[in-house]
Write a new protein. Structure first.
Length: 82
């Protein structure tokens, strides 16, 4: 569990420091600059670990639908699962 959280945190930091400044990155920076980011990350992991996610199984599609829904709630547009 700690390894996943650490990976997500490090990946977000790499994206933030290496990528061009975009509205999405500004929002991500402001969200992750607070302790709330850690709480939200933990909550996302807690929810996603409810489903067994082998490819093609029901849990895989439930998790994919959840991620798409959360991305849309975060304000991303043209989000789809391919």
């Amino acid at each position: 569990m700690k390894k996943i959280t650490l990976f997500i945190f490090l990946f977000a930091n790499i994206i933030i420091t290496q990528a061009q400044e975009t509205p999405f990155l500004r929002i991500l920076k402001s969200e992750c600059s607070s302790m709330n980011c850690r709480d939200r990350s933990f909550e996302q992991i807690r929810i996603l670990t409810q489903w067994h996610r082998d490819s093609g199984m029901d849990g895989f599609f439930k998790a994919a639908d959840y991620v798409v829904d959360q991305a849309k709630k975060a304000g991303l547009v043209d989000v789809r699962f391919c």
